[in-house]
Design a protein around this ligand. Structure first.
Ligand code: E4P
Length: 218
């Protein structure tokens, strides 16, 4: 399973990359705004800065909503770096744009997926990734993990190559359950990745090992 970090914060991206476990980055317009990145030139530069940190897979989201504009914007994003994956919303023109990007060899991440039908459509258009949002479904009392399992099953039925990128991952159990289900990728904030390190028995065990070593090596 690949680990992507879901942020536009360069320090968090560096920290996750330095841990040696990071396979990519997802951003969205809200995450860019949170970092104060505004204006086209700054936005394009910020994506380049992210690409310079990681090895591959930097999702950069279009803000256009019509086919022609999405294609133009996506091409511009793809030109920033070979690591860019153009993130496109699950709307009618988005599906058409994904089909066009696929024909041009531009990788895509179809975002805002909330049911299996949308995931089927995105895959038919040739999306490289689909992003079902677990946490936002949980927020409205629908089980986001059930959707991940359903899409993984459907893609497996037909040998579909589109990768299931579990998004809106809010905590460690989301991530672990996604691994059990067989999601290809999870994207989550830094604290969820570093949260995987933690267990109180690890801490107390290490403390005891070091104390015992110190006693015998005075
Ligand atoms: C997906 O790529 C989105 O950026 C993200 O996972 C949304 O997460 P949120 O629901 O916590 O905002």
């Amino acid at each position: 399973m690949k680990f992507f970090i879901d942020t536009a914060n360069l320090n968090d991206i560096k920290e996750a990359y330095d841990l040696g476990v990071l396979d990519g980055v997802t951003t969205n317009p809200s995450l860019m705004a949170k970092e104060g990145i505004t204006g086209e030139a700054n936005i394009l530069k910020h994506y380049k800065d992210i690409c310079d940190i990681v090895d591959d897979n930097v999702s950069a989201e279009v803000i256009s909503t019509t086919y022609d504009e999405m294609v133009e914007e996506g091409r511009k994003l793809a030109k920033i770096d070979d690591k860019i994956v153009v993130k496109v919303p699950m709307i009618k023109d988005g599906v058409k744009a994904i089909k066009q990007f696929t024909a041009e060899g531009i990788r895509t991440n179809c975002t805002l997926i909330f049911n299996a039908g949308q995931a089927i459509l995105a895959a038919k258009a040739g999306a490289s990734y689909v992003s079902p949002f677990i946490g936002r479904l949980d927020d409205i009392c629908q089980d986001g993990l059930d959707l991940i399992a359903q899409i993984v099953q459907i893609y497996s039925n037909f040998g579909i190559e589109t990768e299931v990128l579990a998004a809106s991952v809010r905590h460690n159990m989301h991530l672990i359950k996604c691994a059990e289900i067989g999601a290809d990728v999870v994207t989550c904030p830094l604290n969820v990745i570093t949260g995987l390190l933690k267990h109180p028995l690890t801490d107390s065990g290490l403390e005891k090992f070091l104390a015992d070593y110190a006693k015998g090596n005075k």
